[in-house]
Design a protein around this ligand. Structure first.
Ligand code: C2E
Ligand code: MG
Ligand code: MG
Length: 707
């Protein structure tokens, strides 16, 4: 139960106890005979009540007129009238000389009844509806209404007054007044009931205060009605309860119409500020906030040159798009939250973490004494992801690319520093390294990238692509059993552009789909032409990109190309990467469709992605290609040697073929032979070469004429 609800119950209990005490001590109370004292007290209490009533009017009408509300204006108007009635009642009731001839006791009691009736009906009507703000212009309308009501009440009273004073016999009139008072009591209690009615919206603290005031109004009414008469003291207690009720109403209306809307405004403002400066998903401060913080740091550093270095690290999750595309946005969001939490737990004093939106975070170091410290700390962040991240569908190894910019040195403004760290992170990604500190030469790269994308759009039409082929050798016999088709782009101005530079751009822009189709068609056509020319048929490996692999009609497209060319699907091998199989179900369906065509499937760059061997056993694949990063220093790095030998032996168990990529020397070849690796590909045998050279150097005629 809330504190305000408890207070309301306490008020009701207090009222009941007060009433009981008065009833218990009614005899001694009745003995107080000093009438002057009673009248003086009544006058004081009455004046207090009237003062509270006018305060309600003044508060509603005059203060903070920019925040007008329905309840506030109507209560204000109501209590102007009620206070006038009360004032006249007190003057008449206490029989002040000079006024007594004009307001008789009976008239004074009628005034009181009118005042109670008006307050009871008014409060119930006003507070049983939800409050609404009103325009400043409505103030005059309310004032006019209130004035008319007052006029009407005055007329009724004046008429009643004539009528009352014309009556000799008061018994009938007193009965009518008693009935009216009874009705007033009922309206008060009814008011408590409907405001408190449980099905209604949650009671605000101010409505509970108004309920408390209604309790005291009702109590006062009981006394005024002489229901349980204590004698002369009845009216005094009635006025005391009224004073309490008015006071409570005053505070209630204040809270309802001024304090609560003000608080609501403040809360809304705080919420808007929070949203403007925080990322909703992770709850971290956002890019806008980072900008502010960086501006502060730059400003402070300009004032205090001895502040040392501040470092900004922008971190980007590698292959996040693949996770999002293949596991769905829910998993993507979850991953972002887990990553933010993992880094967040590492944040120390003088460090701050921000979300830059999407898969990017920023780590700000404000109090680093040296450049080295900043870079060491960045390295520590990378190590946080040595252990996998657990999502619902399993554990995933993720890696980050980091771009660092340091102040002073790598930019003079907050914007420059953020942009430069961003550039550094993109550069790290392009180069396939984990950390890069910003250097001015990188700026060129970002612009170049944009230009490259534009050129790429026209490259297909202008026939700037061609394929090179790299032989794949069966280790047992050293025969050429296959070739990998690798794409080359002959840029009119730049010359040869590496696929490492343009494939990611083609992938991001969607151009990879038409380009990939061109590669498929060209490689298959070349293979068929060689077969037609009478060479021993070999298999051509073609790389598929993520976007291509996610096309629902990929199998249909490949089937159509193969039929058109007339190439037997068993001479085609499609290379996919591990990250494409993250969403096991979709990947499985796609692979089944592709396998049905009769083509082979290989997992390229095996060992660098997220997956583990254990689920590969269910995937319809034929071959693993061990990534060349493991093969390259297999002789120097025992870890890599262990990886290569584990992959090979597990592949044997799973009855998969293994091809080692990037074999450059005899020692590596020897090692791979010992591991019973099936095939190898690498500069040791040949670099990728153009079709004509491949034909000349590696293809054998189908029927060798015995010499
Ligand atoms: P990949 O599929 O893993 O291709 C092997 C890469 O390793 C090729 O680089 C190849 O030239 C290089 N390589 C082969 N043997 C050696 C070696 O002994 N030492 C060294 N250092 N490197 C070796 P390339 O042609 O630059 O292709 C790079 C990547 O670009 C490919 O990696 C592949 O992922 C992608 N790519 C190439 N062509 C296509 C294509 O037509 N479509 C798609 N989607 N991706 C392609
Ligand atoms: Mg490949
Ligand atoms: Mg590869």
């Amino acid at each position: 139960m809330r504190q305000e609800e408890r207070k309301t119950i306490h008020a009701a209990v207090l009222g009941a106890v007060l009433f009981l005490l008065i009833q218990i001590f009614r005899t001694p109370l009745g003995l107080i005979e000093d009438k002057d004292l009673l009248i003086a007290l009544y006058l004081i209490l009455g004046c207090c009540t009237v003062a509270f009533g006018f305060a309600i009017f003044a508060q509603g009408w005059l203060l903070f007129s920019s925040r007008l509300s329905r309840a506030r204006l109507y209560t204000s108007a109501l209590f102007l009238g009620v206070s006038i009635f009360d004032f006249l009642h007190v003057l008449g009731f206490t029989g002040i000389p000079g006024i007594a001839p004009y307001i008789s006791m009976e008239q004074s009691l009628w005034l009181l009844t009118f005042s109670r009736l008006a307050s009871a009906l008014g409060i119930v009507l006003i507070f049983c509806h939800a409050d609404q703000p009103v325009e400043a212009a409505s103030k005059n309308k309310v004032f006019r209404n209130a004035f008319l009501i007052l006029l009407l009440a005055g007329a009724v009273f004046g008429f009643g007054n004539l009528w009352v004073s014309g009556l000799d016999e008061y018994v009938w009139a007193a009965t009518a007044r008693n009935l009216m008072n009874m009705a007033v009591l009922f309206v008060y209690l009814f008011g408590v009931g409907i405001i408190i009615y449980p099905g209604k919206r949650e009671k605000s603290a101010s409505l509970l205060i108004i309920i408390r005031s209604l309790v005291f109004f009702a109590l006062g009414q009981v006394f005024f009605m002489n229901l349980f008469s204590v004698g002369e003291m009845d009216y005094l207690f009635g006025m005391l309860s009224s004073a309490a009720a008015y006071y409570l109403l005053l505070t209630g209306v204040y809270r309802l119409t001024l304090e609560e809307p003000f608080q609501e405004n403040q809360e809304a403002e705080a919420r808007i500020n929070y949203l403007a400066y925080h990322d909703e998903l992770t709850g971290l401060p956002n890019r806008r906030r980072l900008m502010q913080r960086m501006e502060e740091i730059v400003l402070q550093s300009e004032k205090d040159k001895s502040r040392g270095f501040s470092g900004l690290v922008i971190m980007n999750i590698n292959h996040f798009k693949n996770i999002n595309d293949s596991l769905g946005h829910y998993a993507g969001d979850l991953l972002l939250q887990l990553v933010s939490r993992r880094i967040g737990d590492e944040v120390k004093e003088g460090e701050e973490l921000f979300s830059m939106g999407a898969d990017e975070f920023a780590f700000l170091m404000t109090e680093r004494t040296g450049l080295e410290h900043c870079l060491v700390r960045a390295g520590e962040l990378l190590q946080l992801f040595d252990t996998p991240v657990g999502l619902e569908s399993g554990e995933y190894h993720i890696s980050l690319s980091l771009g660092v910019s340091i102040y002073p040195g790598d930019g003079d403004t907050a914007e420059q520093l953020i942009q430069n760290a961003d550039t550094a992170v993109h550069n790290a990604k392009e180069q396939g390294v984990e950390i890069r500190r910003y250097i001015p030469a990188m700026q060129m790269k970002a612009k170049e990238r944009l230009k490259l994308e534009n050129d790429l759009r026209r490259a297909l039409e202008r026939d700037e692509f061609y394929l090179v082929y790299q032989p794949q050798v069966l280790l047992e016999t050293e025969e050429i059993v296959g070739m990998e088709a690798l794409l080359r782009w002959n840029h009119p101005k730049r010359g040869l552009v590496s696929p490492v530079d343009f494939i990611p751009i083609a992938e991001e822009s969607g151009l990879i789909v038409p380009i990939g189709e061109w590669v498929l068609r060209t490689a298959c056509l070349q293979n068929k032409m060689w077969q037609n020319a009478g060479y021993q048929p070999i298999c051509v490996s073609i790389n598929l990109s993520m976007r291509q692999f996610l096309q629902p009609n990929l199998a249909g497209k490949i089937d159509a190309i193969l039929r058109e060319i007339g190439l037997d699907p068993c001479y085609v091998d499609l290379e996919i990467t591990e990250s494409m199989t993250l969403d096991k179900e979709t990947a499985f369906d796609q692979l089944i469709r592709l396998k049905r065509l009769g083509v082979c499937i290989s997992i390229d760059d095996f060992g660098t992605g997220y997956s583990s061997l254990h689920y590969l056993k269910n995937m319809p694949i034929d071959r693993l290609k061990i990534d060349r990063s493991f093969v390259s220093d297999v002789m120097e790095d025992s870890n890599n040697a262990a990886i290569v030998s584990t992959i090979t032996s597990m592949a044997h168990h799973l009855k998969l073929k293994v091809t080692a990529e990037g074999v450059e020397n005899q020692e590596q070849l020897q090692f791979l032979r010992q591991q019973h690796c099936h095939e190898a590909q690498g500069y040791l045998f040949s670099k990728p070469v153009k079709a004509a050279e491949f034909e000349q150097s590696f293809l054998k005629p189908l029927l060798e004429i015995p010499s």
